[in-house]
Design a protein around this ligand. Structure first.
Ligand code: FES
Ligand code: FES
Length: 227
């Protein structure tokens, strides 16, 4: 799928808490449970449940996506070699496995984010032979013998930031930061193909990367700065 296609944005989340007339915070959750819960207790509960869900998703990706991708009838893993960030990585891969799954859950390269998992948001963008691809829509078996670069592969020999990463920080691009690795990978691909893009070139090239925090202007300025 072309990286230049306009994609839908992510959905925003809502809140289930509100303040009582007496000034004491009660959540709808605590009302349902029939006992008051302090704001501190509620926040602690949300954080700990979020951490648990994130950990389960890392260990068992099926639990995070709700998909039984490892249980397809007749699916057999095959050991293949991938060229990732300049290294040869040997990994067992299912026939229908996407590159995003392989990178995150088998090679531990969690800088590549998974959001829509259907080629709409750009969060999973990686470079394949220096071209930006949505790794959630790319089968791992199809990229054997290709050069794959993830966000982890951009750092310099001494751990220094890539110029695009540096510019993103200086222009205060990342807000929550979830879309940022994908934005950076798309920007790097653009600048490799066109080191001096116009503002219009950047807008078109980055149109496949969504940002629910609305940092588009910051990212645009950062790329202009590098260009
Ligand atoms: S996760 Fe949204 S495009 Fe891949
Ligand atoms: S989604 Fe939060 S910075 Fe883009």
């Amino acid at each position: 799928m072309s990286k230049n296609e306009k994609k839908e944005g992510c959905k925003s989340s809502g809140s289930d808490s509100r303040e009582t007339p007496g000034g004491q915070d009660r959540t709808l959750l605590s009302r349902a449970a029939g006992r008051p819960v302090s704001r501190r207790e509620f926040i602690k509960g949300v954080i700990s449940s979020g951490a648990t869900i994130a950990a389960v998703g890392y260990i068992a990706p099926d639990a995070g996506t709700g998909r039984a991708w490892a249980a397809s009838p007749g699916a057999v893993e095959r050991l293949i070699s991938l060229q990732v960030n300049g290294r040869t990585r040997r990994v067992d891969v299912l026939p229908q496995e996407t590159l995003a799954m392989t990178l995150r859950y088998k090679l531990g390269l969690t800088g590549t984010k998974l959001s829509c998992d259907r080629g709409e948001c750009g969060a999973c963008t990686v470079l394949i032979d220096d071209v930006a691809y949505n790794s959630c829509s790319t089968l791992t078996h199809s990229v054997r013998n290709r050069s794959i670069t993830t966000i982890e592969g951009l750092e310099g020999p001494s751990g220094q930031l890539h110029p695009v990463q540096k510019a993103f920080v200086e222009e205060l691009g990342p807000q929550c930061g979830f879309c940022t690795p994908g934005q950076i990978m798309s920007a790097v691909a653009l600048l490799k193909a066109n080191p001096h893009p116009t503002r219009e070139d950047i807008l078109i090239s980055m149109s496949g990367n969504m940002c629910r925090c609305g940092s588009y202007d910051h990212y645009l300025k950062a790329i202009m700065r590098v260009a």
